[in-house]
Design a protein around this ligand. Structure first.
Ligand SMILES: Nc1nc2c(c(=O)[nH]1)N[C@H]1C(S)=C(S)[C@@H](COP(=O)(O)O)O[C@H]1N2
Ligand SMILES: [Mo]
Length: 231
């Protein structure tokens, strides 16, 4: 994975930058790389342990809030449409739309863990949200749904996950960061956060969560980035 020096310009990463940034190689997921990717998926899922927890960081490790990079593929920071709701569907017994308040009434998960971006930076924040596992329980997700897809209102940015990683206890739909409501730069009103995946799997500006029998792709995954992307 190419590494870049992170500059503040990346905060304004726009559609034009999408064509050239390291979070976008135009490499197709085919040929040798496709084979390697499938190999990595098998190898990584073999090492992945569905309940092993990522290390909690001490409070001194917190990244000063302004220094935690903010990424979005839109030209300007995406803002939630009026009447925003999270649609939850697919292979579930009770598909429904949740307001933020309804999500906040579900059990809450809090942790302080490190974020890893493929571009070579990492940062620490504490995150507050409802675990995908508790959400799955609330809608009666079918255990045959081996995958979960997350979509956003940021130019359709999306990603799909294997169910064991999505249902890991440290995979949450976060509405808070460092004890405050999530800000637009970090994905308000709701973003995916996890101790078990690389940054690009954690979809911000969520609109829909679907429990599915098959994997779909992802914004970076469709451009050749690894699909499993475990930490
Ligand atoms: N909707 C959306 N989600 C996204 C991205 C994005 O551009 N749009 N970038 C991803 C990448 S590459 C990273 S490293 C993290 C960054 O999260 P942050 O902006 O809170 O640092 O968000 C991920 N989720
Ligand atoms: Mo990233």
């Amino acid at each position: 994975m190419p590494e870049r020096v992170l500059t503040r310009r990346r905060v304004l990463l726009g559609a034009a930058a999408l064509a050239t940034s390291a979070c976008d190689s135009q490499r197709p997921r085919a040929g040798f790389l496709g084979v390697m990717d499938r190999f990595n998926e098998r190898a990584q899922s073999a090492f992945f342990h569905p309940t092993r927890l990522a290390r909690e960081e001490p409070v001194e490790q917190l990244t000063p809030p302004g220094d935690f990079p903010q990424y979005f593929i839109s030209e300007t920071v995406p803002l939630a449409p009026a009447g925003w709701r999270l649609e939850v569907g697919g292979l579930v017994a009770r598909p429904r739309a949740f307001t933020l308040e309804e999500l906040q009434r579900l059990p809450r998960t809090d942790y302080r863990i490190r974020h890893h971006c493929v571009e070579g930076w990492s940062a620490v924040a504490s995150w507050h949200g409802v675990s995908v596992r508790d959400l799955a329980r609330a809608v009666g997700a079918d255990p045959r749904a081996g995958f979960v897809e997350f979509r956003s209102f940021d130019q359709g940015y999306y990603s799909s996950w294997d169910a064991p990683s999505a249902l890991h206890p440290q995979t949450v739909l976060a509405y808070g960061m460092n004890g405050a409501p999530l800000i637009p730069g970090h994905g308000a009103p709701l973003r995916l956060y996890s101790g078990v995946k690389l940054g690009y799997k954690m979809v911000k500006y969520l609109t829909t969560v679907r429990f599915l029998p098959e994997a779909t792709g992802g914004t970076w995954e469709d451009r050749g980035y690894e699909w499993f992307a475990g930490v």
